[in-house]
Design a binder for this molecule. Structure first.
Ligand SMILES: NC(=O)c1ccc[n+]([C@@H]2O[C@H](COP(=O)([O-])OP(=O)(O)OC[C@H]3O[C@@H](n4cnc5c(N)ncnc54)[C@H](OP(=O)(O)O)[C@@H]3O)[C@@H](O)[C@H]2O)c1
Length: 250
């Protein structure tokens, strides 16, 4: 039986990953800040699927707590076969309105945690000759739109490089780029969640992502509407894309 470690599995996209991976028979290690919610999800998954679920409470902004997750990934006695770097959040205000500490905390979760956890996981995975990493990025990564998009652009670049670097050692790395998805993400930012065809269902998103991962794809962009958006960003001149950045958050 293989084991997957998922960050941010108590809500939204991470919760869908936890459910769909448990349904595929993976044992799980669930990482987030709220222990009660983690225990609740763990109990729900143990009851519904014949899998073992371990709970690891950690705030990925805190380097000592992040180190406990790195140690779990590096534990060769209890191998992790799949790492899903999913935890994340956005900030409501524009760059100069946000406290720089809030910007730094976002960078810690979106970039530093992804780098450190992938580093911890890849050692044992390459030694064993198999493993996988799914990094949850965003369609925003393709647009010049503030520090959130910049962090996600790092995730794409890092994942694309790692996918090619470690493929020959049996490790599959994929960047999942969701468009707007119905989760707690916007609620936590205190902004109204939209409706309509641009809003993806998290279960659909994760189903498509796992299909892409099974095929060994480097990028997963679920939804025809978002494949079209990303296609357009490659056709529109950079100077025109840069003008779009003045709309909304910077
Ligand atoms: N929803 C969208 O429209 C959308 C679009 C593109 C990309 N994404 C990306 O998708 C990923 C998942 O987002 P979501 O929409 O599913 O968000 P969500 O519903 O708000 O869930 C976020 C999860 O991350 C955990 N988390 C947040 N901060 C954390 C921290 N400091 N340490 C550990 N865990 C933390 C939360 O649990 P605790 O609060 O208990 O820690 C929760 O389980 C993120 O990387 C996000 O950037 C989302």
């Amino acid at each position: 039986m293989s084991t997957a470690l998922i960050t941010g599995p108590t809500a939204g996209i991470g919760h869908s990953f936890a459910t769909q991976l448990a349904a595929r028979g993976h044992d799980l290690v669930l990482v987030a800040r709220n222990t009660d919610r983690l225990e609740e999800v763990a109990a729900e998954l143990r009851a519904s699927y014949d899998v073992e679920v371990e709970v690891l409470t950690a705030d990925l902004v805190d380097s000592a707590q992040l180190a406990t997750v790195e140690a779990r990934l590096a534990d060769r006695e209890r191998p992790i076969d799949l790492l899903v770097n999913n935890a994340g959040f956005g900030l409501k205000e524009r760059f100069l309105v946000n406290e720089v500490e809030a910007e730094h905390a976002m960078l810690d979760v979106l970039v530093t945690a992804v780098l450190r956890l992938t580093h911890a996981a890849l050692g044992p995975m390459t030694e064993r000759g198999h493993g996988g990493v799914i990094n949850v990025s965003s369609v925003a990564a393709f647009l010049p739109r503030g520090t959130y998009a910049a962090a996600k652009a790092w995730v794409n670049s890092f994942s694309e490089w790692a996918a090619n670097e470690y493929r020959s050692q049996g490790v599959t790395v994929m960047s999942l780029c969701p468009g707007f998805t119905k989760t707690e993400f916007h609620e936590r930012m205190d902004v109204t969640r939209g409706t309509g065809f641009m809003w993806l269902d998290a279960d659909f998103l994760v189903k498509k992502a796992l299909e892409d991962f099974d095929k060994g794809r480097v990028f997963s962009i679920p939804g025809a509407q978002y494949k079209a958006v990303v296609g357009l960003t490659r056709l529109i001149p950079t100077s025109a894309l840069q003008r779009l950045q003045s709309i909304g958050r910077k």
